[in-house]
Design a protein around this ligand. Structure first.
Ligand SMILES: Cc1cc2nc3c(=O)[nH]c(=O)nc-3n(C[C@H](O)[C@H](O)[C@H](O)COP(=O)(O)OP(=O)(O)OC[C@H]3O[C@@H](n4cnc5c(N)ncnc54)[C@H](O)[C@@H]3O)c2cc1C
Length: 450
């Protein structure tokens, strides 16, 4: 079997490398940054005794079965901690718990009939087994049919507006369906209790365990080297141009977001390039991380229905993660999903911080400057792949017309949402297909040799 080059050392690249190597296929993984993990990486605060936390918030759900199996395999299961978490809504200047069915029934902006219909929406969504029936339907149309106008105006539209930077006319019903199925799977006792999980060292613990398992089985991982181009000759991959030289290659799997992956294609792969360009839009994110000396609310996620507040939510991860792992500090993330032309995507860090803090104080007027131990701003151009209505056929496949060239990235994760659970399952599916094509390629080469 040949050795395959995997470009990208995020969760997808590492989970794929691990799966391929278990199937007896050699792997070399190439990561541009000095650290592995991509979006799941960590950030360090030297002036807070070297406090190290996730750059972005990352929860693991108790229903993440593929991840749990992987934790078992890698000997990480005993490290997984579980906490009962709750969710809130910021509405009309007040915080409301929305953690239990009873909370839903008490939420003030909904009339009694709307509250009942919200429950019906959740139950009906869980009954849908064939998501293809939903993918031609605009999400707002579907939610209005199930739950009525009141629930759409007061609950769903604010959530959609925040998640899609305002533009959700083209979003299919599969988006909320997927979200509801994933989150209600974490509930126990008739929906009254939600449990989430975390690893004390964040997803980085999984990333490091995968890297260790790969290298122990003979795989090679190189960080601090970017792949600049895939070389193709006579319709097959023959080499790679690295930021520090050239190497021969039997095959390359690009795990990068589609617009970045396309930049690595040579002119000989023009058809592949055109195919991948059919679906390549991603939303980016700006996310302010606050290290605080006090808690803001009891909620892991605080959703916001007030359109004037720019961020998507207030995510207080230390309502999940035990503070013994954060040197006693409270961690709050203020994410905002952004299209590239969004004002907040273009602001410099200083202006963004000033603006977000004004809005945060609007929500929590008693936050004082000395409550804030540190602030860090993260920005990513490609985070959330967009899947507009009826465009499933445009999703690029794993394989291409160039022998040995594959794409395995987040744009192909659909109708599931992009997260660790979906990425690991996606990597396993891709590994199966790659193994199959490599075997038939090597069989056909042997036949030619005979
Ligand atoms: C704010 C936020 C919150 C999130 N919350 C959750 C959550 O609660 N739960 C959850 O499960 N998931 C969550 N996610 C999603 C999760 O982080 C992503 O789905 C996942 O990390 C994507 O992994 P990936 O490997 O596809 O991409 P990436 O992590 O982006 O990895 C791609 C890698 O390729 C490298 N690279 C790029 N170009 C090159 C090149 N030319 N050569 C070599 N290497 C290159 C990059 O440096 C990067 O390391 C969240 C994401 C964000 C941003």
């Amino acid at each position: 079997m040949p050795v395959i080059d995997i470009v990208g050392g995020g969760i997808l690249g590492l989970a794929l490398g691990y799966d391929l190597i278990k199937r007896g296929i050699g792997v070399r993984i190439w990561e541009r940054s000095r650290e592995l993990g991509g979006l799941m990486g960590r950030t360090r605060f030297d002036d807070l005794d070297g406090l190290e936390v996730d750059r972005y918030y990352h929860a693991i759900l108790s229903s993440d079965r593929t991840l749990m199996r992987l934790f078992d395999e890698l000997g990480l299961r005993s490290e997984v901690r579980m906490t009962v978490t709750s969710m809130g809504f910021y509405h009309d200047g007040k915080l409301y718990s929305m953690s239990t069915p009873l909370d839903f029934l008490r939420f003030p902006p909904l009339s009694p009939i709307d509250r009942f219909r919200l429950g019906v929406t959740i139950l009906q969504a869980r009954r849908v087994k064939d998501w293809r029936a939903l993918e031609q339907t605009p999400v707002v149309e579907w939610l209005t049919k199930l739950g009525g106008r009141g629930t759409v105006e007061h609950i769903w539209k604010p959530l959609l507006r925040a998640k899609f930077d305002g533009g959700f006319d083209n979003v299919p019903a599969t988006y909320i369906w997927s979200r509801l199925v994933r989150t209600t799977d974490t509930r126990e006792k008739g929906g009254a209790v939600e449990k989430m999980c975390f690893l004390p060292g964040g997803y980085a613990m999984l990333i490091n365990a995968l890297a260790k398992a790969i290298t122990e089985r003979g795989g090679q991982i190189t960080t601090g080297v970017a792949i600049q181009q895939v070389h193709v000759s006579e319709g097959r991959v023959c080499g790679l141009r690295l930021s520090n030289g050239e190497i021969d290659s039997d095959g390359a799997v690009l795990t990068l977001q589609t617009p970045i992956a396309r930049r690595l294609l040579p002119p000989e792969a023009a058809d592949v390039n055109a195919r991948w360009s059919r679906l390549e839009e991603y939303l980016g994110i700006v996310c302010m991380l606050l290290v605080l000396r006090r808690s803001l609310s009891p909620y892991y996620t605080l959703n916001i229905t007030d359109e004037r507040i720019p961020f998507t939510g207030v995510i207080e991860t230390t309502n999940l993660i035990d503070r013994q792992f954060t040197n006693g500090y409270h961690l709050v993330y203020l994410p905002k999903y952004v299209a590239p032309d969004n004002l907040f995507a273009q602001m410099n860090d200083e202006a963004l911080q000033r603006s977000f803090l004004v809005y945060l104080r609007q929500m929590f007027p008693d936050v004082r400057p000395d409550d804030i131990a540190a602030v860090r701003i993260g920005r990513e151009r490609y985070v959330e792949p967009l899947h507009p209505i009826g465009r499933t056929d445009d999703i690029p496949p794993f394989t291409t017309d160039i022998a040995g060239l594959y794409l395995v990235n987040s744009s192909q994760i659909y109708p599931q949402l992009t997260n660790g659970e979906a990425a690991v399952a996606h990597a396993a599916r891709a590994a199966g297909i790659i193994e199959q094509t490599l075997r038939s390629l090597s069989e056909s080469q042997q036949t030619v040799a005979v």
